[in-house]
Design a protein around this ligand. Structure first.
Ligand code: ADP
Ligand code: GLC
Length: 489
């Protein structure tokens, strides 16, 4: 019988314990599905202040305490655990100095990155390696995610190359977002604990600074990203590659695009525990009850014939708020209402607040993070807008499909891969797409959607086309498992 694969899935956020974006959803859903395919999955993640020990009844892991050297400092850590399933366990790396804070990467008050982020994630990467040895849990594959875990592949090939415990372990590195690379001043290099020979063009060095993502890409055995289109974009264009397009092009044969999926036990209008009215394709007319509840929540008037356009998003450059801002006056002349849930950069927050001030009957804004409201917006909106400048995968457009909330997206990355343009002639397609990153392309596409919205029969057809799509994780998880198996040959 084939040996059971022992997998480490290392991630800086995982739902429901910690979340700033889609990585948390992926880190909770994908391990579950991989485990179903007969693999033992151990998720490793930091134990942040927001994770309530007593609520989840986290277990102490006996003899898991370890010590890590960072520069001249020696720091202690240990593990706590939470068993999800027989073959799925989450290990929390505990160190209060680094993780017992209110934000994950950014100080919520100042909105600035924590100044010791390099140290925090050097510590995290080293902790996984050392703690596993302490508890004698030997991985076949370490699956790393984004820059926060970018050091593990190089540690495997240097510090641990001759270590009997790790000398057969392979690494996979997934890029969820290439715009966040973990770039630090080279004065911090000594904390990594590797010789200066790795601070070179073939290693960490990036315009005379340290780049964690770059090291991950160069030293991992396989690299994946979260859609095929994004894999193509980041390895071929300066616009998407953020300076790493050349490095990625060099590793093209090891770079795979695997689309994210959806955990339909959480994101499904027939089971959703947050929404006032559940529905399916068979009683779609009930969706309007959620629309009413949503509008009431934002104290906006209800009109059946005025579509509500929803947005749920980090307020970041990536997400297209700049073209929305330039388009906003013309946008507001259209017969629509706009509801936005988001948190992030102040300039986008100001834009949204101003918009609400000028159009109080048309615009609802909630600045903050709310899981419950995210579900209500998915269920209560008629359309969902994602005008992203770039989008590695995007999850909300996938959720929207299932909720019969028709996506309007810019055709980039995973948005392009997952949404099919609706065509009236054939009545095929699941949403509306535009290509050029401009206010005019955005407005024209919204106008086009509004035109079709007036035809109730046609609109219902698009909704149902979307609701019938299946983006469950099974198919994508199989692709990951296949990749692990190739590495173990
Ligand atoms: P990204 O990872 O770039 O932020 P995704 O579309 O992949 O984008 O995933 C975003 C996830 O975060 C979704 O689950 C979305 O519902 C959630 N989300 C984003 N902003 C908020 C917010 N302010 N409140 C609640 N959920 C949010
Ligand atoms: C990133 C991307 C998003 C993707 C998510 C999960 O944050 O911005 O497009 O869906 O990671 O992979």
């Amino acid at each position: 019988m084939a040996k059971n694969i022992e997998l480490f899935y290392v991630t800086s956020e995982v739902s429901p314990f910690s979340k700033t974006g889609g990585l948390a959803d992926v880190s909770s859903a994908l391990p579950k599905e991989i485990q179903k395919q007969g693999i033992r999955v151990n998720v490793f993640t930091p134990k942040y202040a927001s994770i309530d020990d007593s609520k989840y009844k986290l277990q102490d892991v006996p003899n898991s305490d370890f010590q890590i050297q960072i520069g001249e400092k020696f720091l202690e850590g240990k593990l706590k655990s939470y068993q999800i399933d027989e073959n799925l366990i989450v290990y929390f790396v505990v160190n209060d100095t680094y993780y017992n804070r209110s934000g994950l990467y950014v100080d919520p008050l100042s909105q600035a990155d924590y100044i010791d982020n390099a140290e925090r994630f050097i510590f995290f990467s080293k902790s996984v390696m050392e703690a596993a040895k302490r508890i004698n849990l030997k991985p076949d594959i370490i699956h790393c995610n984004d820059w926060q875990t970018g050091l593990i592949p190089i540690y495997l090939k240097t510090i641990y190359a001759d270590d009997e415990f790790y000398n057969k372990t392979k690494s996979v590195f997934t890029i969820h977002n290439l715009a966040y690379q973990g770039i630090f001043d080279k004065s911090e290099y000594y904390k990594i604990g590797l010789s200066w020979s790795f601070f070179s063009i073939d290693g960490f060095e990036f315009y005379d600074r340290i780049n964690f993502m770059k090291a991950g890409i160069i030293f991992a055995d396989k690299i994946t990203t979260v859609s095929e289109k994004y894999a193509e974009e980041i390895s071929s264009s300066v616009e998407y590659g953020y300076g790493l397009e050349g490095v990625l092009a060099n590793r093209k044969t090891d770079l795979h695009g695997i689309l994210n999926g959806v955990d339909y036990s959480i994101w499904s209008p027939s089971k959703d525990k947050y929404i006032p009215q559940r529905y399916t394709t068979r009683n779609l007319s009930k969706k309007v009850i959620n629309k009413k509840a949503l509008l009431q929540r934002f104290q906006l008037p209800f009109d059946e014939n005025t579509p509500v356009i929803g947005m749920i998003s980090r307020l970041a450059d990536q997400k297209g708020f700049d073209i929305l801002e330039v388009a906003s006056d013309e946008f507001m002349q259209l017969p629509v209402q706009l509801v936005v849930l988001g948190v992030g950069e102040q300039k986008f927050q100001n834009f949204l607040e101003k918009l609400r001030y000028h159009y109080p009957d048309k615009v609802g804004i909630y600045i903050g993070f709310s899981e419950e409201l995210a579900h209500l917006i998915e269920a209560g909106s008629d359309m969902f807008l994602m005008p992203s400048r770039y989008e590695p995968c995007g999850l909300n457009q996938l959720y929207s499909l299932k909720y019969g909330t028709v996506p309007i997206v810019r055709a980039t990355g995973g948005l392009d891969d997952s949404i099919e343009q609706f065509k009236s002639e054939t009545q095929t397609g699941t949403g509306f797409k535009f290509y050029e990153y401009s206010k005019d392309a955005l407005l024209n596409t919204v106008r086009n959607a509004l035109e079709i919205f007036r035809d109730k029969g046609l609109w219902q057809k698009i909704m149902i086309n979307g609701m019938k799509q299946d983006f469950s994780w099974r198919a994508s998880a199989k692709k990951y498992v296949k990749l692990y198996k190739t590495l173990m040959k």
